[in-house]
Design a protein around this ligand. Structure first.
Ligand SMILES: Nc1nc2c(ncn2[C@@H]2O[C@H](COP(=O)(O)OP(=O)(O)OP(=O)(O)O)[C@@H](O)[C@H]2O)c(=O)[nH]1
Ligand SMILES: [Mg+2]
Length: 208
């Protein structure tokens, strides 16, 4: 849960990107890192990957957003490994998340993998004593550029019976990446004024 450090007037929000293997989670963080880097807002992108670039334990991108209502706000963006056999690593990294982005792969051939990964996410939320409608999370439909991408209506019907917010993306081109980050912070942060200030701070940090 959000780390409030009242002594130093600092709040850290932990956002975790999960979803099927090869869906584009690391690509989201890499894009945010590249774009924030020019404005010197983020720390380093720490990527713990296999030598083929698959996430092994996690990626971590810290993003400092400046002061809101007197508090220094920082996001810690994690991506977990999507591959099924890394479940133990995944659940360890997801512990304490304030919000989750489920990166779905829009390709028809990946539909079953999306369903399996969503099942995994639901089981984890249940183990935290939460239902899927009680926890702040959003779905990103990634890889919209590919010919095999399913129509959004079909993806919504098949993958999002809860009606959580969704964003279309082509992470490799950066499309929809910042919108996704805005969407998850919108559902994580309560209070309209704080929410608006946070959206502005994200825009400033990423120059969008
Ligand atoms: N065409 C296309 N390729 C994408 C898109 N997003 C990511 N990719 C590619 O898909 C591959 C997998 O992307 P990653 O970001 O490594 O996937 P991941 O979800 O982190 O995978 P794991 O770490 O194994 O769980 C890479 O080759 C990316 O460049 C997209 O929107 N369109
Ligand atoms: Mg990865």
């Amino acid at each position: 849960m959000a780390l409030f450090d009242h002594a130093h007037q600092r709040v850290v929000l932990k956002i975790v990107y999960c979803g099927p293997g090869f869906g584009g989670k690391t690509e989201n963080l890499a894009y945010l890192h590249r774009h924030a880097w020019r404005h010197s807002a983020p720390g380093n992108l720490i990527a713990l990957a296999t030598d083929t670039g698959r996430t092994l334990f996690f990626d971590l991108l810290p993003l400092a957003l400046g002061r809101i209502n007197g508090y220094e706000i920082a996001l810690q963006l994690y991506s977990v490994p999507g591959q099924t056999f890394y479940e133990a690593n995944r659940s360890r990294v997801m512990q304490g998340a304030d919000g989750i982005v489920f990166v779905a792969d829009s390709q028809a051939s990946m539909f079953a993998a999306n369903v399996e990964s969503l099942y995994d996410l639901n089981r984890m939320l249940q183990s935290w004593g939460m239902g899927a409608t009680e926890f702040p999370w959003v779905i990103q439909y990634n890889k919209r550029d590919l010919a095999e991408a399913m129509p959004i209506a079909d993806l919504q019907e098949g993958l999002n019976p809860w009606g959580v917010p969704c964003v279309e993306a082509t992470a490799s081109a950066g499309t929809g990446v910042v919108e996704t980050l805005r969407a998850i912070t919108r559902v994580v942060v309560g209070g309209l004024q704080t929410r608006a200030a946070l959206q502005q701070a994200i825009g400033a940090a990423l120059a969008v």
